[in-house]
Ligand binder design. Sequence first.
Ligand SMILES: NC(=O)c1ccc[n+]([C@@H]2O[C@H](COP(=O)([O-])OP(=O)(O)OC[C@H]3O[C@@H](n4cnc5c(N)ncnc54)[C@H](OP(=O)(O)O)[C@@H]3O)[C@@H](O)[C@H]2O)c1
Length: 229
Amino acid sequence: MLNNKFIFITGGNRGIGRGLVQNLSKNNNVIFSVRKKEKGEQVIKALSRPNLDYIIMDIDNKDSIRDAISIISSKYESIDILFNNAGILIPEYHLAAIETSERSILKTFQTNTLGPLRICKAIIPLMKNGGRIINISSGMGQLDEMEGGSTAYRLSKTALNALTKILSVELKNFKIKVNTICPGWVQTDMGGINAELSVREATEIIVKFSLAEEFPNGKFFKQGEEIPW
Ligand SMILES: NC(=O)c1ccc[n+]([C@@H]2O[C@H](COP(=O)([O-])OP(=O)(O)OC[C@H]3O[C@@H](n4cnc5c(N)ncnc54)[C@H](OP(=O)(O)O)[C@@H]3O)[C@@H](O)[C@H]2O)c1
């Protein structure tokens, strides 16, 4: 397992992101993003680890990303691993595609697809020794088993999966590898209390995959197993 790496995680204050922060900061240097200062302070206080830092950033907003990255690059020499974790789900499970508003689709794309692209654009120049990018996507974006409902979310995650593939090809020469992960159905604000996996269980699987000595490129994984796109 890799250790002592510099890891950046978006959306680290709750849910899967918070679980990743807690687990990864045991043996690595972790910087996580939050939208509100007090949420960052809460995590820092609760975990009380010297190798933990946070930054205020809204992934929908280019200026916010620019300000955050300028602070990160002044404090840290390089970033080794990026988790594009922050995401939204507008609850439209039973709404047909033809009933889904363009507003909903564009809002979800803004965060779930363009957000990770903006973060990659900002973080890749800091991956001076090569790196790993893990896009937290969803089985709901998997073309192979696509179903109805939640159109905005499904489209945004399918597009994120495509972005993973594109980047995995384009970044090969920079020794940066890019993969997509579906964490499974997880007990968070987004997943709800009836979900199959606790945050701890889900993040343990993601951490094991992300820090393994061997790291694939341009693949889609669900709970540690490669799945079709
Ligand atoms: N839970 C599941 O069952 C499940 C299944 C498949 C995939 N996923 C994916 O896993 C990832 C994490 O999900 P989760 O269940 O942990 O969700 P969550 O509990 O709802 O947490 C979402 C996180 O994303 C942050 N966020 C949302 N919009 C943001 C923005 N514009 N800028 C910066 N941060 C933003 C939130 O910050 P605030 O606290 O400020 O809102 C929060 O930290 C998502 O990409 C999700 O699509 C989850």
